[in-house]
Design a protein around this ligand. Structure first.
Ligand code: ATP
Ligand code: MG
Length: 556
């Protein structure tokens, strides 16, 4: 069986690489890279690219670099770099080399001089606006700049003076000399360098001219010996430029650019500009808000690295744009947590239940399984006493048909404990139910009651022992599948994306939960301890990762 046949069919890139290995293209090597611009936090779309690049390297005994594409210092920062490194590690990947496009500034400059010497680049004094006008349109060819015929000597002189800081920002650019009539607009003398007096987070004030993305990217790939430069489909039209630059420079190594469809996920946005806006204008509480599609947000919501890798694998790699339903991502984390998260009891909106025939000072430590299908996860002790708290919604004074929980005069089982019967409802002056008086059947611990059926099972905590907790019910940040389609994406925000329950109570064992511990709160969903806010508030804070089932209707 050839390597090709071994690969999952959903990935045409694996097939290309397997073939390249067979034909000994690139001497049988595989070197990939993940090249983020450090101008924001990574999101789930980046995760797709990370899993692809690092995954391919792992699979084919190759290596993968993490390369910061840091050529646009206005928008970039060290904070973003640190967050990116943390996120890639958290996803479970290790780079072979940590690289920075800014490390190549000197080489990039020398290469530009080479292009000028070959008469393949020129210094242009047209303004940005004029360059746009001269560029033409999809149906009309562009117009040549008057500076296009500048002599090589003059270009060399001007370019070195651009570097020396003799000219104002925006006064000159360096452009490739390709073809103003090309049907591909990217080939109409694209800009290679612009003058910008901005402090760079790594090179300080050494440079006042910075190279453009298209020019930098292909050369960085060539310098690092990248074999397969995997990028998203919008760069397909840039590939002729990628190849042109490397051909002109006759670089020793010429990577192969391969494009794949970017992840488009429903009910969210992924443009960094929009994510910045959500953070800056306070629609969310930071880049790591659990509603954000960022890796940091997903982590804080309780997503596991494995669930995100599983998601990336499931959606596959194709050449065609497609929308992925949010349900697919939610499915992946639900599967993981259903399998692996220990169970715990938490009462989100408590109602007091006094068990009148239970001895006043008695406390029983009941043994409850941590996972119904996994005895190997063991049991824990949960205290039971005379006063317990149950969920308000698990009692109904006027029950709807088929209500299987507690009603006046009816019985229900407290999970892992006894069967109780509601004898009396206590109300305050306004008629709100404040307490239930119940009795318990001492003969029902781990046993079915005699002579009658009790169908409902509800969760509970002991009032005296339970710990106060704040529980945050997160929902999708947007109420429409494609917020980008709106005139203003903010109009698509879901006004009910966060509900905070301040009076929740959880079983006492959760006091020892480590940071990022994940649980299934019985009957309520999957929750993750928010270590940061637990510390800040000196109170347990849990974030809902996902509900138990897909209950999202899209109508709220
Ligand atoms: P911006 O919103 O600023 O345009 P970007 O998506 O271009 O952001 P980069 O930091 O340049 O962000 O992206 C790094 C890498 O991640 C690129 O190789 C890019 O193709 C890939 N990537 C970005 N978004 C997605 C996505 N939605 N699906 C798959 N890959 C993506
Ligand atoms: Mg980009």
């Amino acid at each position: 069986m050839s390597t090709v046949d071994n690969q999952p069919a959903n990935n045409f890139i694996r097939q290309i690489i397997a073939r390249d290995l067979e034909t000994k293209k690139f001497d049988g090597k595989v070197v990939t890279r993940f090249p983020p611009e450090p101008n924001g936090f990574l999101h789930i779309g980046h995760a797709k690219s990370i899993c692809l690049n690092f995954g391919i390297a792992e699979e084919f005994n190759g290596v993968c670099h993490l390369r910061f594409d840091d050529t646009n210092p206005e928008k970039e920062s060290v904070e973003f770099m640190e967050a990116i490194e943390k996120d890639v590690h958290w996803l479970g990947f290790e780079w072979d080399k940590l690289c920075y496009a800014s490390d190549y500034f000197e080489q990039l400059y020398d290469y530009a001089v080479q292009l000028i010497k070959k008469d393949k680049a020129y210094v242009d004094s047209l303004s940005a606006e004029q360059i746009r006008q001269y560029r033409g349109t999809l149906t009309e060819p562009g117009k040549e700049s008057p500076d296009r015929s500048r002599s090589i000597e003059e270009n060399l002189d001007l370019f070195s003076r651009m570097k020396a800081g003799e000219f104002a920002d925006g006064s000159y650019v360096l452009r490739a000399k390709i073809d103003m009539a090309s049907p591909n607009i990217n080939m109409r003398d694209p800009t290679l360098y612009r003058i910008r007096r901005v402090h760079h987070q790594r090179t300080g004030n050494d440079w006042c001219l910075y190279p453009m993305y298209d020019y930098t990217h292909c050369i960085s790939d060539a310098i690092e010996g990248i074999t397969h430069s995997l990028c998203t489909l919008e760069f397909e039209d840039h590939r002729p430029l990628y190849d042109w630059v490397l051909e002109q420079l006759e670089t020793e190594h010429h990577p192969q650019q391969i494009e794949f469809a970017r992840l488009q996920l429903e009910y969210t946005v992924m443009s960094k500009r929009k994510l910045h806006q959500l953070v800056a204008e306070g629609y969310v509480n930071g880049w790591d808000d659990p509603r954000m599609p960022t890796i940091a947000g997903l982590r804080r919501a309780g997503y596991t690295p494995a669930s995100i890798r599983d998601f990336s694998e499931r959606i596959g790699i194709t050449k065609k744009d497609a929308w992925i339903e949010m349900g697919v991502l939610e499915y992946c984390i639900r599967e993981d947590l259903n399998e692996n998260a220990p169970r715990a009891m938490a009462v989100l909106e408590p109602l007091r239940v006094v068990i009148e025939n239970y001895p006043d000072d008695q406390v029983e430590q009941l043994e409850v399984a941590n996972h119904p299908q996994k005895p190997e996860l063991g049991k824990r002790k949960v205290p039971f006493s005379k006063v317990v708290l149950i969920e308000q919604e698990d009692f109904a004074e006027n029950p709807p048909p088929k209500f299987k929980r507690l009603v006046e005069g009816g019985e229900v089982r407290l999970r892992g404990s006894y069967v109780i019967k509601c004898e009396k409802i206590i109300k305050d002056d306004q008629g709100n139910i404040t307490e239930l008086r119940c009795t318990y059947d001492p003969d029902t611990l781990g046993k079915k009651p005699e002579g009658r059926k009790v169908k409902g099972v509800i969760h509970w905590v002991s009032e005296e022992h339970a710990l106060p907790a704040e529980i945050r019910l997160y929902d999708r940040l947007f109420k429409l599948p494609n917020p980008d389609a709106e005139a203003n994406f903010l109009d698509a925000l879901n006004p009910e994306s966060l509900k905070i329950l301040e009076n929740a109570r959880v079983e006492p064992g959760l006091a020892e939960a480590p940071s990022e511990a994940r649980f299934q709160f019985e009957r309520k969903g999957y929750f993750c301890l928010d270590a940061i806010d637990t510390k800040a508030k000196d109170k347990l804070v849990f974030n809902r990762t996902v509900t138990l089932r897909d209950t999202w209707s899209g109508s709220n």
